[in-house]
Write a protein that binds this ligand. Structure first.
Ligand SMILES: [Zn+2]
Length: 409
């Protein structure tokens, strides 16, 4: 019995195991069924996807075809645009060439060459110009201003030379300043300059005109330069007037200074004429100049440069190497001629040699040095061109001239 009992128990236990296995199998079957159902759904999705992909496959060539067609169209448009641009550039070049020809012809017709000044185009024209054209205008007008400034230097040099000349002929600084006024240099005017163009702001960028600032700058600079030129022209005219006044004054003064005067004043008279017969130390000779009496102060017959001062003369009856002439002053005039003032009681200092003297400068005091005679001035004149002595002359002073042919006595 016991054995059956054991076997029953074993069978019972195996039955439970089998039941459990059945449950597990059922559970597995259920899960498999679920999976299988899921698999079914996926198949459906895959099939749908496949259909879509196949449809896309058909659509892509159609799209590619469309893109290709669009590409051809775009190429066509670009090509047309490019041709149009080239056509425009050719037309512009032809127009510019034509305008240039018209400009040249216009210049020839009006007789104005390219150097005869540059006129700034009207505001309306300036507003229509691009950066390059504006830059071109600016360069030309700047050149114009530079040309004027160079002329200023030339005018100032002329004025300074005239100042020196007028001073040489005895005009005082005050008198000169009264003529010159304030026209030297820029005559007190300030030339304007425009600050640089800066960078375009957002507004410029949005409006698509990134050059607007540059254009505004160029236009402002053109206007300022034009303004400068107007101011400079005005002063240039004043400078020309000053130069004319100074030149005319200089002519007036030099004419006066180069017109011979009687060295002893208007009431002076000749006491011994030119080339009268003389006898000294038993020898005959011709009087080489004229003897004059009048004022005591000796003036030069005209302005000139002191060539020589002979301060050595007869002292206490002694004759020197300059025997016969005594103390004398030699002056060379602007035309080269030379005048000699002899027998002076006293003369200007030897230091005056090389100095420029005017008609109202005193050369010395009338005396009788060099001989035994009443005080008088012995005046000799030479042409200043050294050459064969005919008639006999004093060393290198050139040919002797009759003083009465130069001076009214
Ligand atoms: Zn004499």
């Amino acid at each position: 019995m016991a054995t059956y009992h054991v076997k029953y128990n074993e069978l019972q236990s195996q039955a439970v195991s089998l039941q459990n296995m059945g449950k597990t199998l059922a559970s597995l079957e259920s899960r498999l069924n679920t999976i299988a159902k899921g698999m079914d759904g996926r198949d459906t999705s895959m099939a749908a996807l496949k259909t879509q992909v196949m449809q896309c496959g058909k659509t892509v060539p159609a799209l590619a075809n469309k893109v290709s067609t669009s590409g051809t169209t775009l190429t066509g448009i670009v090509s047309t645009y490019k041709n149009a641009e080239e056509e425009k550039a050719r037309a512009l070049a032809a127009l510019k060439a034509m305008l240039a020809r018209i400009g040249v012809v216009g210049g020839i017709l009006s007789g104005v060459n390219n150097d005869a000044g540059y006129k700034v185009p009207s505001d309306e024209k300036l507003n229509k110009m691009n950066v390059d054209e504006l830059e071109n205008v600016r360069r030309r007008i700047s050149d114009e201003r530079m040309k004027l400034l160079n002329e200023f230097f030339e005018f100032d040099e002329k004025i300074n030379r005239l100042k020196e000349d007028l001073k040489k002929y005895g005009m005082s600084d005050e008198e000169i300043a009264a003529i010159v006024g304030g026209v030297l240099g820029l005559g007190g005017i300030a030339l304007t300059s425009t600050p640089g163009p800066g960078t375009p702001n957002l507004l410029d960028l949005l409006s698509g005109d990134v050059n607007r600032k540059t254009k505004d700058y160029l236009k402002a600079d053109i206007k300022n330069t034009e303004n400068d030129i107007n101011k400079l022209e005005e002063i240039k005219n004043k400078k020309e007037d000053v130069i004319a006044s100074m030149s005319s004054k200089l002519t007036e003064i030099t004419n006066y200074q180069n017109t011979p005067q009687n060295p002893l004043g208007e009431n002076a008279r000749i006491t011994s004429v030119y080339e009268s017969l003389r006898i000294r130390d038993g020898k005959q000779y011709l009087h080489a100049g004229v003897d004059i009496v009048g004022s005591n102060e000796i003036k030069p017959i005209k302005c000139g440069t002191v060539l020589y001062v002979h301060t050595d003369g007869k002292e206490g009856g002694n004759y020197t190497a300059n025997s016969g002439y005594g103390r004398e002053v030699v002056v060379q005039h602007e035309d080269g001629s030379i005048s000699i003032y002899s027998h002076c009681d006293s003369t200007i200092s030897k230091d005056m040699t090389g100095e420029f003297i005017l008609k109202d400068n005193t050369l010395g005091i009338v005396g009788s040095t060099g001989g035994d005679y009443p005080a008088h001035l012995h005046l000799e004149i030479y042409n200043g061109i050294p050459g064969p002595p005919d008639p006999p002359n004093r060393s290198t002073y050139g040919t002797r001239i009759n003083p009465t042919t130069m001076v009214d006595f």
